[in-house]
Design a protein around this ligand. Structure first.
Ligand code: UDP
Length: 319
């Protein structure tokens, strides 16, 4: 298929773009490099460096079979401080994309949604029919886009799939996580192991969990990419399908730090810190729907594998 990958110079977008190129698709990456990196665009993909809202209509005029839409702002804390960046950067931009797709009859869409659309869960594992009550503008902006996509599918026959990611981690060879401002647990812990940070702060040790630290469901970025290729194949005109993607097991912050110590052989000092605003205690996905309907089979669910791949990537960057 001829595919447009928005945000394909970012972490998840670049890994998915690499999988798409490997699978033989004709891939164009559109990215403004506001947070992505030009050298993360995989060989074999075309690259357009431009603002999505400005450029997408012209790019899609070329005729595409589908879009994988990763370009977004994705920092929870920033979204609380500066919601305007999220309503504009996520919602308005995605609306421009949807309109350009409608105009140029681009039929398929796979969208990066998030577990943050659910907010504080009533039950774990979280299924797709759980209530969506986001606790920050980031989650709210992604949920708004999901609603927009749903209405476009019904009214305009779009074949759409939203994938709600839990905690994406790991790396795909030279494609990995490298944010200028790093907020995610595993890369932060590995920065400590590689000597670029002194200690990891543990945000709260009094949560209602077995060891008092927050529990999350970590999914390997390669498993996530596999799900995108399947979603693209299974998308049906007039239907907006939504799938959660996680490994289905939860690991606490303490367990993640331990796993990183085991993988890296570094003592990794950890210090107690206050809870971070907006953090739910436990987030674990039910990915049964993705398995049943897409035939998705995550194969890198072991925490040591996820951390090991992220560590290889971190070492290759700091060597
Ligand atoms: N966390 C932490 N110290 C850090 C970064 C994260 O204790 O320096 C915790 C955070 O409170 C959450 C978990 O690690 O419980 C995962 O956070 P991350 O930001 O990686 O992902 P999120 O779950 O917020 O999407």
């Amino acid at each position: 298929m001829k595919l447009l990958v928005t945000g394909g110079a970012g972490y998840v977008g670049s890994v998915c773009a690499a999988h798409l190129v490997d699978a033989g698709h004709d891939v164009t990456v559109l990215d403004d490099l506001s947070t992505g990196h030009k050298d993360a665009v995989p060989d074999g993909a075309r690259f357009v460096e431009a603002d999505l809202a400005d450029a997408v209509d012209e790019v899609l005029a070329d005729g595409f079979d589908g879009v994988l839409h990763f370009a977004a702002k994705s920092l929870v804390g920033e979204s609380v401080q500066r919601p305007e960046l999220y309503w504009n950067g996520n919602v308005v931009t995605s609306f421009r994309l949807l309109e350009a797709m409608r105009r140029h009859r681009t039929r398929r869409l796979v969208f990066s949604s998030t577990a943050a659309t659910y907010g504080e869960p009533e039950q774990v594992p979280i299924r797709e029919d759980a209530p969506t009550r986001p606790t920050n503008p980031y989650g709210a902006s992604k949920l708004a886009i999901d609603h927009a996509i749903g209405s476009y599918a019904v009214a305009h026959g779009l074949a759409a799939v939203s994938l709600r990611y839990f905690n994406v981690a790991g790396a795909h060879g030279r494609f990995g996580e490298r944010h200028t401002v790093e907020t995610h647990l595993i890369p932060i812990v590995l920065q400590v192991a590689s000597g670029t940070r002194e200690a990891v702060q543990v945000y709260g040790e009094d949560w209602p969990t077995p060891d008092g630290t927050c529990v999350r469901d970590y999914i390997h970025v390669d498993d996530l990419a596999d799900a995108h290729l399947l979603a693209l194949e299974h998308a049906q005109p007039g239907r907006h399908a939504i799938y959660n993607l996680g490994s289905g097991s939860g690991f606490s912050v303490r367990e993640v730090v331990e796993a990183c110590r085991a993988v890296t052989g570094h003592p990794i000092p950890a210090v107690a810190a206050p809870r971070r605003a907006g953090d739910p205690a436990v987030l674990i996905a039910s990915s049964e729907a993705a398995k049943a309907e897409l035939g998705w089979r995550p194969s890198r669910t072991d925490l040591a594998t996820i951390v090991g791949d992220a560590w290889e990537f971190t070492r290759s960057r700091t060597a």
